[in-house]
Ligand binder design. Structure first.
Ligand SMILES: NC(=O)c1ccc[n+]([C@@H]2O[C@H](COP(=O)([O-])OP(=O)(O)OC[C@H]3O[C@@H](n4cnc5c(N)ncnc54)[C@H](O)[C@@H]3O)[C@@H](O)[C@H]2O)c1
Length: 270
């Protein structure tokens, strides 16, 4: 049931590749709640993905941008303000990619050019998004900016390799930029740390099914789905969370606070 939570709000959604993407589900939810937005993704994802399908479902304009390119981001924010007829109220950064993970490199055999690419695409891009929007004065007061993180920022996971550092940096950018932007313009900046979710990026991690099942057993509520995440992001873009900023918000069915669960005890004592 729609509640008009985002009625009259305008924004930008990064990272909808296909119908499994967290950004895809979020776009549909925001539309349902009365928000409007432009959609963006890297030029290569335009060719591989289905973003135009989503754009027609949401009556949204697609503006390609490589999130590592300041020039592309400047163009994206300028055009989005033009399309939306003014400043913006929300931005979703739903971007992650590690060439080392893609090529199956172990943590003891990192290619450092790719490592830097991982950090640039998955973390520094968040700073670039925030800095570009501030320079263009593209966000209204009380605007909300959210990026998606994972608990590997705090805990070690063998196959998450250089993405763990990217997520730690992403969360740190949210704190530092959140402080700056909150003081200057009352803009809030947060990360949401999401459960393992079956998407192109998620399934790219080797052993994904195992840690999906592990998290499922260790979470009293079970894993949060992409739809659950879309709902949470929508609330974070609404006026009901105006005083929340500089936080890394756990959205994981209780996983991060569980030592062990009865389900896991039962499973291991078999
Ligand atoms: N799937 C999971 O298990 C999970 C868990 C926690 C957090 N996350 C995070 O959620 C976010 C969204 O991922 P997803 O799971 O929906 O997968 P996804 O593969 O659908 O989305 C990742 C997106 O990043 C985009 N991208 C890659 N390089 C880019 C660039 N240079 N410029 C612009 N966009 C670029 C891709 O085109 C894609 O649309 C990521 O930050 C991911 O790390 C995912």
């Amino acid at each position: 049931m729609a509640n008009g939570l985002l009625k009259g709000k305008h924004g930008i959604i990064f990272g909808a590749l296909d119908e499994n993407s967290i950004a895809w589900k979020t776009a549909l939810k925001i539309k349902e709640e009365g928000g409007s937005f432009t959609l963006t993704n890297a030029p290569i994802a335009m060719r591989m993905g289905k973003i135009n399908e989503l754009a027609s479902l949401c009556h949204a304009e697609v503006i390609p941008a490589d999130a590592t390119s300041e020039q592309d981001l400047t163009n994206l924010f300028a055009k989005s303000m033009e399309v939306m007829g003014g400043k913006l109220d929300f931005v979703l950064h739903s971007i992650g990619m590690s060439p080392n993970i893609r090529k199956g490199k172990s943590y003891g055999d990192m290619n450092y050019d790719w490592y830097l690419k991982t950090l640039d695409i998955s973390a520094l891009s968040f700073h670039k998004v925030l800095q570009t929007s501030e320079k263009l004065d593209a966000l209204n007061e009380w605007a909300s900016v959210v990026a998606l993180s994972y608990i590997a920022a705090q805990r070690a996971y063998p196959d998450y390799t250089d993405m763990a550092q990217a997520k730690a940096m992403l969360e740190s950018v949210a704190r530092s930029y959140g402080q700056r932007y909150g003081t200057a313009k009352k803009v809030r900046v947060n990360t949401i740390s999401q459960s393992p979710t079956r998407t192109t990026a998620g399934a790219g991690i080797s052993g994904f099914d195992v840690f999906f099942d592990f998290a499922q057993m260790m979470s009293p509520l079970g894993n949060a789905t992409a739809e659950d995440c879309a709902n949470y992001i929508t609330v974070m873009f609404s006026d009901f969370t105006r005083m929340v900023t500089m936080q890394n918000l756990m959205h994981d069915g209780g996983f991060s606070s569980s030592g062990i669960t009865q389900q896991m005890v039962d499973r291991l004592s078999k």
